[in-house]
Design a protein around this ligand. Structure first.
Ligand code: PLP
Length: 393
């Protein structure tokens, strides 16, 4: 029987043509396809500046650096995320802590954040940066979070890896509320460039800093040189800061631009899958994904993931059993995420079970079931039938 993964890319003839064209164009990297992709992406997210990077992890790293993460500073994020959301702070020599999730949205809890900030202010331990994660593509409740950032003076970097094309209160992710927003183009995400990422920001100076950090800290603009004189020529460039090679190639950017042309179709297809799951799973012992980010707020999810939580009870199989049965039946379920602070590396930093009870309770029952644009009704029906069987103890 055909294997159904939990997520996969969608590549068509236009994507192939776009990549073929760039391969014969003379520019494989540092050419015109990258700024073209950046402009198209900035327009999609309704934000002034977009800086393409080699992956979202690199984007989180340089966004943290540019916004002041470093020794003596602390960065807070959600325990219900991929490890890149917190590793980025450690790369900069900053400390990391977590804010527990809201069990309904599975995003960082606004009330837990407010309470933790009050305590941190008393202790003189306020974070420099908070990284909310728009889990599965559902926006965090950003209005109260922005108010807290203004009150306590921290920066917001959205980990929007799941949220390409998603919106909050009718506005695209990245268009306001955050200082910087980071998107991923890994093949399981909404659009793909193989590996790839984008950092967006409304701030021109921050965008310039991100461009420098992406490419060795090197400047070439004649007006910005410190050492140019009569004996220097057009070869002259200067390194003014310590950057990296975190560039996206033109090959990847061309694929990304081609994928963006189909973003509306991708979203509509994912929404359709989510709506069918909502209807057809309603009678099962499962907790289904929330659609609202918080009181009085609305969101359009990008539906990167569709996560069900098993509600334990008599006659209901354990999560591990359900997981194993689905995998045996050729359905590539997964778990997003084991709480970051429970990873061995983070336990060695001092984190302990019990510190983030909502994230732990969620992670014990969570199951990501297949959702992607090419998932047909027949494939989805097979997932639903198999899951229904697998849930029986
Ligand atoms: C995928 C992902 C990342 C990392 O993205 P890469 O592009 O693979 O580096 C970071 N955070 C979250 C929440 C992700 O899902």
């Amino acid at each position: 029987m055909e294997y159904i993964p939990y997520a996969t890319q969608s590549i068509n003839e236009d994507d192939l043509a776009a990549v073929r064209e760039v391969l014969t164009s003379g520019w494989l990297t540092q050419g015109p396809a990258v700024p073209r992709f950046e402009q198209a992406f900035a327009a999609l997210q309704g934000v002034a500046h977009a800086v393409a990077v080699s992956n979202a992890t690199a984007g989180l790293h340089i966004a943290c650096l540019a916004l002041g993460a470093g020794p003596g500073k602390t960065v807070w994020t959600s325990p219900n995320s991929f490890v890149a959301s917190s590793n980025c702070a450690l790369y900069c020599g900053a400390g990391v802590d977590f804010v527990d999730i809201d069990p309904a949205t599975r995003n960082m809890s606004g009330s837990a954040l407010a309470a933790k900030l009050e305590q941190a202010e008393r202790d003189g331990q306020l974070p420099a940066i908070v990284i909310p994660v728009h889990f599965a593509g559902l926006a965090c409740d950003l209005t109260p979070m922005r108010a807290l950032a203004d009150r306590y003076g921290f920066k917001i970097i959205e980990d929007a890896s799941h949220a390409v094309g998603a919106s909050y209160n009718g506005q695209p992710i990245g268009s306001r509320y955050a200082d910087a927003s980071v998107f991923s183009f890994h093949p399981v995400k909404i659009v793909t460039t193989g590996e790839g990422g984008m950092v967006t920001t409304p701030d021109a100076a921050l965008a310039r800093q991100l461009q420098l950090l992406r490419s060795h800290g090197i400047k070439r603009e004649p007006g910005e040189m410190q050492q140019a004189n009569a004996s220097t020529g057009a070869w002259h460039y200067e390194q003014h800061s310590l950057g990296f090679n975190y560039r996206l190639t033109d090959i990847q950017a061309a694929l990304g631009s081609s994928q963006l042309q189909r973003i509306s179709a991708f979203h509509a297809a994912r929404e359709r899958v989510a709506e069918r799951y909502d209807q057809l799973l309603a009678g099962l012992p499962l907790r289904l994904p929330a659609r609202l980010p918080g009181p009085g707020a609305t969101a359009r999810s990008s539906w990167h993931l569709y996560v069900v939580e098993i509600v334990p009870g008599p006659g209901v199989a354990e999560r591990a059993t359900v997981f194993a049965r689905l995998r045996e039946a050729g359905i590539g379920v997964n778990v997003h995420y084991m709480p970051i602070p429970l990873q061995p590396y983070y336990r060695a930093l001092g984190f302990r079970p019990g510190q983030f009870p909502a994230a732990e309770a969620y992670a014990a029952q969570a199951l990501s079931i297949p959702i992607y644009p090419m998932l047909t009704d027949a494939m989805q029906d097979r997932v639903i039938a198999t899951l229904t069987q697998a849930l029986r103890a």
